[in-house]
Write a protein that binds this ligand. Structure first.
Ligand SMILES: C[S@@+](CC[C@H](N)C(=O)[O-])C[C@H]1O[C@@H](n2cnc3c(N)ncnc32)[C@H](O)[C@@H]1O
Length: 251
Protein backbone atom coordinates (compact mmCIF):
# COMPACT_ATOMS: atom_id res chain seq x y z
CA UNK A 1 0.00 0.00 0.00
CA UNK A 2 1.45 3.39 -0.90
CA UNK A 3 1.87 6.25 1.60
CA UNK A 4 -1.05 8.22 0.19
CA UNK A 5 -3.51 5.30 0.50
CA UNK A 6 -2.25 4.55 3.99
CA UNK A 7 -2.70 8.15 5.14
CA UNK A 8 -6.21 8.23 3.64
CA UNK A 9 -7.15 4.96 5.36
CA UNK A 10 -5.89 6.16 8.79
CA UNK A 11 -7.64 9.50 8.43
CA UNK A 12 -10.94 7.85 7.49
CA UNK A 13 -10.73 5.64 10.56
CA UNK A 14 -9.86 8.60 12.81
CA UNK A 15 -12.73 10.63 11.37
CA UNK A 16 -15.30 7.90 12.07
CA UNK A 17 -13.86 6.60 15.36
CA UNK A 18 -16.48 8.38 17.46
CA UNK A 19 -19.45 7.28 15.31
CA UNK A 20 -20.68 4.41 17.49
CA UNK A 21 -24.11 5.98 18.01
CA UNK A 22 -24.57 7.02 14.41
CA UNK A 23 -23.72 3.48 13.23
CA UNK A 24 -26.44 1.84 15.39
CA UNK A 25 -28.75 0.77 12.55
CA UNK A 26 -25.87 -0.26 10.27
CA UNK A 27 -24.30 -2.20 13.16
CA UNK A 28 -27.57 -4.03 13.81
CA UNK A 29 -27.68 -5.21 10.17
CA UNK A 30 -24.00 -6.18 10.04
CA UNK A 31 -24.14 -8.07 13.33
CA UNK A 32 -27.24 -9.93 12.20
CA UNK A 33 -25.57 -10.80 8.89
CA UNK A 34 -22.66 -12.44 10.73
CA UNK A 35 -24.93 -14.29 13.16
CA UNK A 36 -27.12 -15.52 10.29
CA UNK A 37 -24.07 -16.95 8.56
CA UNK A 38 -22.99 -18.77 11.72
CA UNK A 39 -23.99 -22.37 12.30
CA UNK A 40 -25.00 -23.15 15.90
CA UNK A 41 -21.62 -24.64 16.61
CA UNK A 42 -19.29 -21.97 15.19
CA UNK A 43 -16.11 -21.59 17.17
CA UNK A 44 -14.02 -19.36 14.87
CA UNK A 45 -14.85 -16.00 13.23
CA UNK A 46 -12.53 -13.97 11.00
CA UNK A 47 -13.52 -10.33 10.49
CA UNK A 48 -11.75 -8.52 7.66
CA UNK A 49 -11.48 -4.71 7.81
CA UNK A 50 -12.45 -4.60 11.49
CA UNK A 51 -11.11 -1.03 11.84
CA UNK A 52 -12.93 0.92 14.55
CA UNK A 53 -15.29 -2.04 15.15
CA UNK A 54 -18.22 0.39 15.06
CA UNK A 55 -20.16 -1.89 12.72
CA UNK A 56 -20.22 -5.02 14.90
CA UNK A 57 -21.72 -5.68 18.30
CA UNK A 58 -18.80 -7.68 19.62
CA UNK A 59 -20.53 -8.69 22.84
CA UNK A 60 -23.32 -10.36 20.85
CA UNK A 61 -20.82 -11.94 18.46
CA UNK A 62 -18.68 -13.19 21.35
CA UNK A 63 -21.60 -15.18 22.74
CA UNK A 64 -21.61 -17.31 19.59
CA UNK A 65 -17.90 -17.61 18.74
CA UNK A 66 -15.06 -18.97 20.83
CA UNK A 67 -12.35 -17.13 18.87
CA UNK A 68 -12.68 -13.83 17.02
CA UNK A 69 -9.85 -12.81 14.67
CA UNK A 70 -9.84 -9.12 13.68
CA UNK A 71 -7.83 -8.20 10.60
CA UNK A 72 -7.03 -4.72 9.30
CA UNK A 73 -4.17 -2.59 8.09
CA UNK A 74 -4.80 -0.05 10.84
CA UNK A 75 -3.78 -1.62 14.14
CA UNK A 76 -4.44 1.54 16.20
CA UNK A 77 -8.04 1.73 14.94
CA UNK A 78 -8.71 -1.89 15.94
CA UNK A 79 -7.06 -1.54 19.35
CA UNK A 80 -8.92 1.68 20.14
CA UNK A 81 -12.18 0.26 18.79
CA UNK A 82 -11.86 -2.74 21.05
CA UNK A 83 -11.14 -0.56 24.07
CA UNK A 84 -14.21 1.57 23.41
CA UNK A 85 -16.57 -1.33 23.03
CA UNK A 86 -15.39 -4.27 24.91
CA UNK A 87 -14.53 -5.37 28.38
CA UNK A 88 -13.88 -8.72 29.95
CA UNK A 89 -13.75 -10.93 26.87
CA UNK A 90 -10.39 -9.87 25.44
CA UNK A 91 -9.07 -13.44 25.71
CA UNK A 92 -11.35 -14.40 22.82
CA UNK A 93 -10.05 -11.75 20.47
CA UNK A 94 -6.93 -11.85 18.36
CA UNK A 95 -5.79 -8.85 16.31
CA UNK A 96 -3.80 -9.35 13.11
CA UNK A 97 -2.47 -5.99 11.92
CA UNK A 98 -1.10 -4.50 9.87
CA UNK A 99 -2.24 -6.82 7.09
CA UNK A 100 -2.73 -5.47 3.57
CA UNK A 101 -5.89 -7.16 2.34
CA UNK A 102 -5.08 -6.13 -1.20
CA UNK A 103 -1.63 -7.70 -1.28
CA UNK A 104 -1.31 -10.34 -3.98
CA UNK A 105 -0.10 -12.94 -1.48
CA UNK A 106 -2.58 -12.06 1.31
CA UNK A 107 -4.24 -15.50 1.16
CA UNK A 108 -0.93 -17.27 1.76
CA UNK A 109 0.02 -14.71 4.47
CA UNK A 110 -3.15 -15.58 6.36
CA UNK A 111 -3.17 -19.31 5.64
CA UNK A 112 -1.37 -20.08 8.92
CA UNK A 113 -4.52 -18.91 10.76
CA UNK A 114 -6.33 -22.03 9.53
CA UNK A 115 -9.94 -22.27 8.38
CA UNK A 116 -12.81 -20.29 9.93
CA UNK A 117 -16.44 -21.20 10.53
CA UNK A 118 -17.44 -17.72 9.38
CA UNK A 119 -15.41 -15.16 7.42
CA UNK A 120 -16.94 -11.67 7.35
CA UNK A 121 -16.05 -8.66 5.23
CA UNK A 122 -17.92 -5.47 6.12
CA UNK A 123 -17.58 -2.57 3.68
CA UNK A 124 -13.91 -3.24 2.93
CA UNK A 125 -14.08 -4.05 -0.77
CA UNK A 126 -15.10 -0.46 -1.58
CA UNK A 127 -11.91 0.79 0.06
CA UNK A 128 -9.75 -1.71 -1.82
CA UNK A 129 -11.32 -0.50 -5.07
CA UNK A 130 -11.06 3.13 -4.01
CA UNK A 131 -7.30 2.72 -3.56
CA UNK A 132 -6.87 2.35 -7.33
CA UNK A 133 -5.07 5.52 -8.49
CA UNK A 134 -7.51 7.99 -10.07
CA UNK A 135 -5.72 8.05 -13.43
CA UNK A 136 -6.08 4.25 -13.75
CA UNK A 137 -9.74 4.19 -12.65
CA UNK A 138 -10.89 6.21 -15.60
CA UNK A 139 -8.81 4.52 -18.25
CA UNK A 140 -9.50 1.28 -20.10
CA UNK A 141 -7.65 -0.79 -17.53
CA UNK A 142 -9.92 0.54 -14.73
CA UNK A 143 -12.69 -2.02 -15.00
CA UNK A 144 -10.45 -5.11 -15.36
CA UNK A 145 -8.49 -3.87 -12.33
CA UNK A 146 -11.66 -3.47 -10.29
CA UNK A 147 -12.77 -6.98 -11.30
CA UNK A 148 -9.38 -8.38 -10.34
CA UNK A 149 -9.52 -6.74 -6.88
CA UNK A 150 -13.08 -8.01 -6.34
CA UNK A 151 -12.19 -11.54 -7.45
CA UNK A 152 -9.09 -11.62 -5.22
CA UNK A 153 -11.09 -10.42 -2.23
CA UNK A 154 -13.89 -12.96 -2.73
CA UNK A 155 -11.33 -15.72 -3.26
CA UNK A 156 -9.63 -14.67 -0.02
CA UNK A 157 -12.94 -15.05 1.82
CA UNK A 158 -13.47 -18.47 0.24
CA UNK A 159 -9.97 -19.61 1.06
CA UNK A 160 -10.25 -18.57 4.73
CA UNK A 161 -13.65 -20.26 4.97
CA UNK A 162 -12.50 -23.48 3.27
CA UNK A 163 -15.11 -25.95 2.02
CA UNK A 164 -16.96 -26.07 5.35
CA UNK A 165 -17.06 -22.43 6.41
CA UNK A 166 -19.54 -19.65 5.66
CA UNK A 167 -19.09 -16.16 4.26
CA UNK A 168 -20.85 -12.92 5.24
CA UNK A 169 -20.15 -9.84 3.15
CA UNK A 170 -21.69 -6.35 3.10
CA UNK A 171 -20.86 -3.66 0.55
CA UNK A 172 -21.93 -0.13 -0.16
CA UNK A 173 -23.64 -0.02 -3.58
CA UNK A 174 -24.11 3.75 -3.92
CA UNK A 175 -24.20 6.89 -1.77
CA UNK A 176 -26.32 9.99 -1.41
CA UNK A 177 -23.42 12.06 -2.82
CA UNK A 178 -24.25 10.90 -6.34
CA UNK A 179 -27.87 9.82 -5.68
CA UNK A 180 -29.47 12.13 -3.07
CA UNK A 181 -32.63 9.96 -3.04
CA UNK A 182 -30.68 7.28 -1.13
CA UNK A 183 -31.01 9.53 1.93
CA UNK A 184 -34.66 10.43 1.53
CA UNK A 185 -36.37 7.35 0.09
CA UNK A 186 -38.40 5.03 2.33
CA UNK A 187 -36.56 1.84 3.30
CA UNK A 188 -38.82 -0.48 1.22
CA UNK A 189 -38.10 1.66 -1.86
CA UNK A 190 -34.33 1.26 -1.54
CA UNK A 191 -34.34 -2.12 -3.37
CA UNK A 192 -36.25 -0.84 -6.41
CA UNK A 193 -34.02 2.27 -6.41
CA UNK A 194 -30.89 0.10 -6.58
CA UNK A 195 -32.34 -1.95 -9.44
CA UNK A 196 -33.03 1.24 -11.35
CA UNK A 197 -29.55 2.64 -10.63
CA UNK A 198 -27.98 -0.68 -11.68
CA UNK A 199 -29.81 -0.50 -15.03
CA UNK A 200 -28.54 3.06 -15.45
CA UNK A 201 -25.02 1.92 -14.43
CA UNK A 202 -24.97 4.41 -11.57
CA UNK A 203 -23.83 2.06 -8.78
CA UNK A 204 -20.25 2.14 -7.45
CA UNK A 205 -17.89 0.51 -9.91
CA UNK A 206 -17.47 -3.19 -9.04
CA UNK A 207 -20.10 -3.15 -6.28
CA UNK A 208 -23.34 -4.07 -8.03
CA UNK A 209 -24.90 -6.45 -5.45
CA UNK A 210 -26.21 -8.82 -8.15
CA UNK A 211 -22.72 -9.19 -9.62
CA UNK A 212 -21.13 -9.73 -6.20
CA UNK A 213 -23.79 -12.36 -5.43
CA UNK A 214 -23.15 -14.16 -8.74
CA UNK A 215 -19.40 -14.26 -8.19
CA UNK A 216 -19.82 -15.49 -4.62
CA UNK A 217 -22.10 -18.31 -5.70
CA UNK A 218 -19.64 -19.30 -8.43
CA UNK A 219 -16.98 -19.81 -5.77
CA UNK A 220 -19.09 -22.41 -3.96
CA UNK A 221 -21.94 -23.58 -6.19
CA UNK A 222 -23.32 -26.06 -3.66
CA UNK A 223 -23.54 -23.48 -0.84
CA UNK A 224 -26.74 -21.53 -0.17
CA UNK A 225 -26.56 -17.89 -1.19
CA UNK A 226 -28.81 -15.36 0.47
CA UNK A 227 -28.97 -11.61 -0.21
CA UNK A 228 -30.51 -9.13 2.23
CA UNK A 229 -32.71 -6.22 1.24
CA UNK A 230 -30.54 -3.09 1.13
CA UNK A 231 -30.28 -0.91 4.22
CA UNK A 232 -29.14 2.66 4.87
CA UNK A 233 -25.83 3.39 6.55
CA UNK A 234 -25.87 6.90 8.02
CA UNK A 235 -22.23 7.90 7.66
CA UNK A 236 -22.79 11.55 8.60
CA UNK A 237 -21.73 13.52 5.54
CA UNK A 238 -23.51 10.98 3.32
CA UNK A 239 -25.76 7.96 3.47
CA UNK A 240 -24.82 4.68 1.82
CA UNK A 241 -27.14 1.98 0.52
CA UNK A 242 -25.61 -1.30 1.69
CA UNK A 243 -26.41 -4.86 0.65
CA UNK A 244 -25.38 -8.01 2.51
CA UNK A 245 -24.87 -11.58 1.31
CA UNK A 246 -24.31 -14.84 3.12
CA UNK A 247 -22.94 -18.00 1.58
CA UNK A 248 -23.51 -20.98 3.82
CA UNK A 249 -23.14 -24.74 3.56
CA UNK A 250 -26.45 -26.43 2.73
CA UNK A 251 -27.87 -28.26 5.76
C1 LIG B 1 -15.31 1.23 5.99
S1 LIG B 1 -14.20 0.51 7.12
C2 LIG B 1 -15.20 -0.79 7.73
C3 LIG B 1 -15.90 -0.29 8.94
C4 LIG B 1 -15.17 -0.61 10.20
N1 LIG B 1 -15.30 -2.03 10.47
C5 LIG B 1 -15.76 0.22 11.32
O1 LIG B 1 -16.55 -0.30 12.10
O2 LIG B 1 -15.41 1.39 11.39
C6 LIG B 1 -13.04 -0.37 6.15
C7 LIG B 1 -11.86 -0.89 6.93
O3 LIG B 1 -11.01 -1.55 5.98
C8 LIG B 1 -9.67 -1.25 6.30
N2 LIG B 1 -8.89 -1.35 5.06
C9 LIG B 1 -9.02 -0.61 3.94
N3 LIG B 1 -8.12 -1.02 3.03
C10 LIG B 1 -7.41 -2.03 3.58
C11 LIG B 1 -6.34 -2.86 3.13
N4 LIG B 1 -5.82 -2.73 1.92
N5 LIG B 1 -5.86 -3.79 3.98
C12 LIG B 1 -6.39 -3.94 5.22
N6 LIG B 1 -7.40 -3.20 5.69
C13 LIG B 1 -7.90 -2.25 4.88
C14 LIG B 1 -9.69 0.15 6.88
O4 LIG B 1 -8.59 0.37 7.73
C15 LIG B 1 -11.03 0.16 7.62
O5 LIG B 1 -10.85 -0.19 8.96
Amino acid sequence: MNEESLAKLRQRNLDSAGDWKRYAEHRRHCTRLILEAAPLDAPRLCLLGAGNCNDVELTAIAKRFREIHLIDFDKDAVQQGLKRQFSGLQGKILIHAPVDLDAEDVASQLSSLGKFDVVASLCVLSQLIDAIPEEQKNKEEGLPLVRQIRRRHLELLASLAGPEGSIAIANEAVSSDSEPSVKTCEDPMLGPLLVQLALEQKLFMGLNPAVVAGELQALAPTHALSTTPPWKWDFGPRTYAVCGHTLTRQA
